[in-house]
Design a protein around this ligand. Sequence first.
Ligand code: IDP
Ligand code: MG
Length: 154
Amino acid sequence: MTERTLVLVKPDGVQRQLAGRIIARFEERGLKIVGLKFVKVDRALAERHYAVHKGKPFFDGLVAFITSSPLVAIAFEGPNAIGMVRTMVGATKPADAVPGTIRGDLAVEMGQNLIHASDGPETAATELAIWFRPEELVSYEREIDRWVRGPEAR
Ligand code: IDP
Ligand code: MG
């Protein structure tokens, strides 16, 4: 099923100048960019995005970090995109993230694990609405998509 999911290249990714490389990994896989923006996050947006973690011991540090410096927000679309992106991102704790995943290749610190990715269909819908206005998510067809849809689409 075609899905859309939210990816954030968090401030550590921008600071380490890895934003392009991280976006490229999803692009190379074949996921389609349907929204993209560079954002200096304020506290209200950070608290909305991480509302599920409110009250946890790491919440204040997480909000402080994500508001400290700009990030890149991307909406990706593709077959089973939500789970596919999570698999590519790897475990939250970089020590547990297997090589080949983005965190497993590029991160060592839990608080600087480079990426946020929606963890299910409900969160993807909620998070995409937090980060993008409807008109900022663009539907378009690539030439290769016609081959996926079958002969009558070509
Ligand atoms: P996820 O990013 O893999 O979905 P979540 O459990 O949703 O992981 O946590 C959100 C973010 O909060 C993590 O990516 C990480 O940066 C941070 N975080 C989660 N748990 C801890 C912790 O125990 N200590 C410090 N930071 C944490
Ligand atoms: Mg999460």
